[in-house]
Unconditional design. Structure first.
Ligand code: BGC
Length: 709
């Protein structure tokens, strides 16, 4: 008999339910204290996992309670949200995604896993895979942006990074793909709000990253808070049991989000907690995070006949299997040993990741800064920010490890005279500091305007109806620019910020997002030209919140936007084009693409299509370019998006040099979900579009046909 079978036989109902109970220890907010009642609950075998608790001593002490003081000695699993670093903080996911570099995504996850496992963590509530096309939604910062293909690649890389080769190895974490699913489509961009999306949108946009996560072997999945088409995800049997377990064969653990089982009552699908617990369990949720509803109410649900003991056993078996895969029964403490030099290596990685995440949005030639710049005024509410450089979900990170912008500039330009002031605060109405800020600006060769959001303005429950620059930042920026001082604006943010006026007036604008520990140094390296920026937008940048949701993969209409046709799909008061398209991002080089060619004009199922394009660096600066390949299925029974990303390539180009970049597409790339949502192939015309962003005006096109066999 296997260990799991014999444990299941030995367990009382209460002990089984204990395994399904995931509790928080509150360290994230209050310090390393396991509340008294949790200690009692663990001793009583009523807890299966604990999160928000880290550090060798406290984790070991808590684990000892389970291993040595419970009847069956089943170890606890320790979890934590590690969205972009554990001790070393890397850029927030939306920024890191902009590097379009799966190896980098994997390396930062791998580094975080090593740091976290040294301090007792076994499982992380990451990666966050919610595709989102709405910058009002604060959680857009935590995920892969607007595109399902990018989201899928991100999922695979992060899971490889967290989980390594085998979960049984020390130094790796079990990953939890979250939040399943479609939370990024929350009505009006408001967290926890209802989601109403078609079956087609689910299968084309919101499910693919989760499918990729399952295929990559992710250990766990967290169901989302939101409902999908009226059914809360915590009780969505069709998507949890149906899609994940039966269709994708996912045999890992499914857990609820924080108190989400209880919330089924508020959602309006359960009359009481007993029904809520039964609904979640029978839909496929194995672990109940924080509600305590399984523990308290499943005995009653059994008595009412709402669940069967076999449902409980199946869930417990999955939790025990995860513990077994992590080798917790043999090695319940499982601490990885910190190796010499790791911390410094992780700081270097954080610098690399931060530089690669900076998106140069506009540049009128002011960047890189001229060598003769002698005096720089660093002005704005984020001019000296430290904690805000980390962004939301900074796990065990610490503000004191973070380099501010002036610190970075000072280190990069020791001979330069640096002055700084905030002028205004991030939010609030006080404009009294603007005058002094203007005086400083007038005395400087160049102004670095540090604008944006606080870390708390992105992430969970951090939605904004008007995602522009808050407070009096516009007044500050316009007053500074009116002095005539050349100004470079940096946007610290977790989302695209609508500020068309800034892009018109500033000499250069960079999205510096929340870059983590090495923010100041990475920014300085880009401003001085030591590092040539290479990030691209993983999300379309709108001009106005009225354009939201806005994304490149839209479908045509019968009346596409046409400046010469009044009765076409436009706004009266705003262009239809975004401020910057998906994939936009400048460098200090200039690269041209020519000569797109494909290896066949006709293809059939099973053929590979190869596209090649020549990339030439026309400048004097070495550069690293990202080249995107989109597909358009010109005519199909179901209208296809005007462009769908199917591949990208990164290419390093020395000054004046050219390279040929090749892409290979399998026929799968040419399929789309049919009426039954299964991939279907429809013969006919396709366009392959290649370019440096999703800007349709600047794409090379090649056409080919799928013919039937
Ligand atoms: C969030 C999850 C997170 C969980 C545990 C919830 O409020 O939605 O993303 O993993 O808390 O911290």
């Amino acid at each position: 008999m296997s260990r799991i079978e014999s444990l299941l036989r030995a367990m009382t109902l209460e002990e089984k339910l204990g395994q399904l109970n995931l509790v928080t220890a509150g360290q994230a907010a209050t310090g390393p204290i396991v509340p008294g009642e949790t200690t009692q609950d663990i001793r009583a075998g009523q807890v299966g996992g604990v999160f928000n608790l880290w550090g060798r001593d406290v984790v070991a002490r808590t684990q000892r309670l389970a291993v040595e003081e419970t009847r069956l000695g089943v170890p606890l699993i320790f979890g934590l949200d590690i969205l972009h670093g554990y001790r070393t903080i890397f850029p927030v996911p939306l920024a890191e995604v902009g590097a379009f570099d799966p190896l980098l995504w994997e390396r930062t996850a791998c580094a975080s896993a090593l740091e976290a496992t040294c301090e007792g963590i076994h499982l992380t509530f990451a990666p966050m895979l919610d595709v989102s096309r709405d910058p009002r939604w604060g959680r857009i910062a935590e995920g892969p942006g607007e595109d399902p293909f990018v989201g899928s690649k991100f999922a695979q890389a992060k899971i490889r990074g967290f989980q390594g080769e085998r979960l049984s190895d020390r130094g790796v974490l079990a990953a939890t793909a979250k939040h399943f699913c479609a939370g990024g489509a929350a009505t009006a961009g408001r967290d926890y709000a209802a989601v109403d999306v078609s079956e087609r949108m689910l299968h084309e946009v919101y499910l693919p990253p989760f499918r990729a996560a399952v295929e990559a072997g992710c250990a766990a999945i967290m169901s989302a808070f939101n409902n999908v088409n009226g059914v809360p995800m915590t009780s969505h049997g069709k998507l949890l049991n149906g899609y994940l377990r039966r269709k994708l064969d996912f045999d890992g653990v499914i857990m609820s989000d924080y108190t989400a089982v209880t919330e089924l009552v508020e959602h309006g699908v359960a009359a009481d907690l007993v029904e809520a617990a039964a609904l979640a369990l029978t839909a496929g949720v194995d672990m109940d995070m924080v509600s305590g509803a399984y523990l308290r109410c499943l005995p009653e649900a059994l008595a009412r006949g709402l669940v069967a003991e076999a449902d409980i056993d199946a869930a417990v078996a999955r939790v025990l299997r995860l513990k077994e895969r992590l080798r917790l029964f043999d090695d319940p403490y499982r601490f990885a040993a910190p190796a010499e030099g790791v911390q410094e290596a992780h700081r270097q990685l954080a610098l690399d990741a931060a530089r690669r995440a900076i998106t140069l949005l506009s540049n009128r030639g002011i960047l890189p800064l001229a060598a003769d710049v002698r005096r720089i005024a660093v002005i704005g509410p984020l001019a000296d920010a430290r904690a805000d450089m980390l962004g939301p979900w900074s796990a065990a990170g610490a503000a004191e490890n973070c380099a501010t912008i002036p610190e970075g500039l000072k280190a990069a330009l020791p001979a330069c005279d640096l002055i700084h002031c905030t002028g205004v605060s991030i939010e609030g109405d006080d404009e009294r500091g603007i005058e002094l800020a203007c005086t400083l600006a007038r005395s400087a060769d160049v102004v670095v305007l540090c604008l944006g959001e606080s870390a708390g303005m992105s992430g969970e429950a951090a939605c904004r109806a008007t995602p522009g620059l808050p407070g009096k930042q516009r007044q500050l920026a316009e007053s500074i620019m009116a002095t005539g001082a050349p100004a470079v604006a940096l946007l610290s943010c977790g989302r695209p910020l609508t500020a068309p006026w800034l892009f018109e007036q500033a000499q250069a604008v960079l999205a510096t997002w929340f870059l983590g520990d090495m923010a100041g140094h990475a920014i300085a390296d880009v401003l001085t030209g030591l590092f040539n920026p290479c990030a691209r937008l993983a999300v379309t940048w709108p001009r106005d919140v009225g354009q939201v949701p806005i994304f490149y993969a839209s479908r045509s209409t019968g009346r596409p936007p046409d400046a010469n046709n009044f009765y076409s799909s436009k706004y009266l008061d705003c262009p239809v084009e975004p401020q910057f398209p998906f994939g936009h991002g400048l460098s200090f080089a200039r690269v041209t693409l020519t000569n797109l060619r494909i290896n066949r004009l006709e293809f059939t199922l099973g053929d590979e299509v190869e596209a090649r394009v020549d990339a030439r660096n026309e400048s004097e600066v070495a550069t690293e370019e990202t080249i995107f390949l989109f597909l358009h299925d010109v005519t199909a029974r179901v209208a296809r998006p005007l462009m769908e990303l199917k591949a990208w390539a990164k290419v390093a180009l020395a000054p004046g040099k050219s390279k040929t970049v090749a892409f290979t597409l399998t026929t799968e790339s040419f399929s789309f979900p049919g009426d039954d949502m299964e991939p279907m192939f429809e013969p006919g015309a396709f366009d392959i579009l290649v370019g440096l962003s999703a800007d349709r005006k600047n794409l090379l096109t090649a056409s080919l046909r799928m013919i039937s066999t």
